[in-house]
Design a protein around this ligand. Structure first.
Ligand code: GL1
Ligand code: MG
Length: 214
């Protein structure tokens, strides 16, 4: 019996990837190497510092810790200048309808995101009050595919993992959900998210009926 849904944020509820891309690309430009949208795919779902490490690896650069901290801070300030302008219009199609349907059916809702900016984004999207628990990058020490973020979500909701379903757009996130003993709905393409119990192109394709059949 499913009693709760735990949502990843970036790529599931909102498309922040393009803001991350613009900010990382500006940094790469400044450091003098190319950074493509395809490269950006490698940063989805991983922490800020790991993202920077991947970026520097692409550019063939090895920098001291202090310099890296300064770069990550600067990238984040640039990124925040975009997310601070976000509006509820940017909630991905079907997300609001599905969240309302879950609440109407007395299901609990949690957020499970690696982002340290998750609270800012939820506030900008006017979604904060819909969530019974928020576990973000400020509350976890092990990144996906480690299940920590989702296990903490289930714990905050006072539910066993087996009663929770995770919604994820990243392969590492799907692995994290399954490793935590939860069902998982992949948001995106079956080629990438094939391990999930169900894959749909977006939350607009989700409803309580499909949830109950998982
Ligand atoms: C971090 C990374 C992003 C992305 C998110 C998780 O966000 O920088 O590339 O992987 O985690 O969706 P943030 O910088 O907001 O903590
Ligand atoms: Mg994601």
């Amino acid at each position: 019996m499913i009693k709760a849904c735990i949502f990843d944020l970036d790529g599931v509820i909102v498309d922040t990837a393009r803001y991350h891309f613009i900010a990382w690309k500006a940094l790469a430009d400044e450091l003098g190497f190319d950074f493509t949208e395809k490269d950006n795919e490698r940063l989805k779902g991983v922490s800020r510092m790991t993202s920077l490490d991947i970026l520097l690896e692409i550019g063939g650069l090895d920098l001291p810790k202090e310099k890296k901290e300064e770069l990550a801070k600067r990238k984040n300030e640039h990124y925040r200048s975009f997310i601070l302008e976000m509006t509820p219009d940017e909630i991905l199609p079907g997300a609001m309808k599905f969240i309302k349907e879950l609440k109407d059916n007395d299901l609990k809702i949690a957020l499970g995101s690696a982002s340290k900016n998750a609270m800012t984004i939820l506030d900008r999207l006017e979604l904060t009050s819909w969530f019974d628990a928020v576990i973000d990058g400020t509350k976890v020490s092990n990144a996906k595919p480690d299940p920590e973020v989702f296990l903490k979500g289930a714990e905050a909701l006072n539910l066993p993992p087996s009663e929770c379903v995770v919604f994820e757009d990243a392969e590492a996130g799907v692995e994290a959900a399954l490793a935590g003993g939860m069902k998982c709905v992949g948001i995106g393409s079956p080629e990438v998210l094939g391990k999930a119990n169900l894959v749909v192109p977006g939350l607009h394709e989700m409803d309580i009926e499909k949830l109950s059949r998982l």
